[in-house]
Design a protein around this ligand. Structure first.
Ligand code: F6P
Length: 328
């Protein structure tokens, strides 16, 4: 069995609330197990630039409540090249690092898998960190819960003003190709319609349902549009509906990057702690090329290969059906 004595930790791709609790758990679990631990700044870019520092228990004090990531993050193109990976490998070897925890989404895992296939002597463990909740092998990813709550808070506020003015709002939320945030926020805010990449919405049906809402004396309407929805984008949609739904004044809001920030929720603090703890224990147990996830409230290991190839996260059919019925 491979023996691990020094590990590194990095965050990569879009930041997500919960990354800091996870870094804290990685550092403290490593130190508890008498491993040395090194923080890599700016994700894979820091591996290439040799931007690393030794961490101790105090390096991660008072970070549980912080959004973003104390290690910083980046989307790093050079790591996709053979040259970039080789430089990263040489830097890790020079430091005597034999295991690495990578916290991020599918882009991060693609890099991690390629790297560890090429350099298998460095063990790699992935932690799903993305607000998009789109990774196979974990029911929830780090940051999804906080981002959804942030979206709910924002939409509740928009509802207040929409209601005061009898307005219809089209609100775009993040999620890349996943409608996970849109669906849960939509149910939580009683959105009149939720447009998702996972299902096609006919514009005529949308218009009919908005007209029905007005007939049923709704004084405002909220249509949540996931950014990956294929109906043509939130502005285009609003224009197409404007000509047909005359009774509401129509406005558009794109929530944007505010969805990625903020103090992690209790759920994300605990999830980050559990996954960071599990990631280090998996490395100590000799595992590599895997991702730690949470399924049915238990830690589960999935190969990075499987996490990536089974990538499409399926939204729950019952939630999709229910969302339509409850918003009439
Ligand atoms: O993957 C997280 C995410 O916030 C997606 O929801 C969004 O599409 C993307 O990142 C935005 O990326 P960037 O911050 O690089 O513009």
């Amino acid at each position: 069995m491979r023996k691990i004595s020094k590990i590194a930790v990095l965050t990569s791709g879009g930041d997500a609330p919960g990354m800091n609790p996870c870094i804290r758990a990685v550092v403290r679990t490593a130190i508890y197990n008498k491993l040395e631990v090194v923080g890599i700044r700016q994700g894979y870019q820091g591996l290439i630039d040799n931007n690393m520092y030794e961490m101790n228990t105090r390096s991660v004090s008072n970070i549980l409540n912080l959004g973003g990531t104390i290690l910083k993050t980046a989307r790093c193109l050079p790591f996709r090249t053979d040259e970039g990976m080789e430089t990263a490998y040489n830097n890790l070897k020079a430091q005597g690092i034999d295991g690495i925890v990578v916290i991020g989404g599918d882009g991060t895992f693609t890099g991690a898998l390629r790297f560890s296939q090429r350099f298998p002597d460095i063990a790699v463990m992935g932690v799903p960190g993305t607000i998009d909740n789109d990774l196979y092998g974990s029911t929830y990813t780090l940051g999804f819960d906080t981002a959804t709550n942030t979206v709910i808070e924002a939409i509740d506020k928009i509802r207040d003003t929409a209601d005061a003015h009898d307005r219809l709002f089209f609100i775009e939320v993040m999620g890349r190709d996943s409608g996970a945030i849109a669906l849960r926020a939509g149910i939580s805010c009683g959105a009149e319609a939720i447009l998702l990449p996972e299902r096609a919405t006919a514009i005529d049906d949308l218009i009919e349902s908005l007209k029905a809402g007005q007939f049923n004396k709704k004084s405002s309407s909220i249509v949540i549009v996931a950014e990956g929805d294929k109906s043509g984008g939130v502005y285009d949609l609003a224009e197409r509906v404007r000509g047909q739904v005359k009774f509401y004044d129509i406005k558009v809001t794109i929530l944007g990057h505010l969805q990625r920030g903020g103090s992690p929720s209790a759920f994300d603090r605990i999830l980050g702690s559990r996954l960071g703890f599990a990631a280090v224990n998996a490395l100590i147990a000799g595992k590599s090329q895997m991702m730690v996830g949470l399924e049915a409230n238990h830690i589960k290991l999935t190969t990075l290969e499987e996490a990536l190839t089974q990538h499409q996260f399926k939204l729950e059919d019952d939630l999709m059906q229910m969302s339509e019925i409850l918003s009439i």
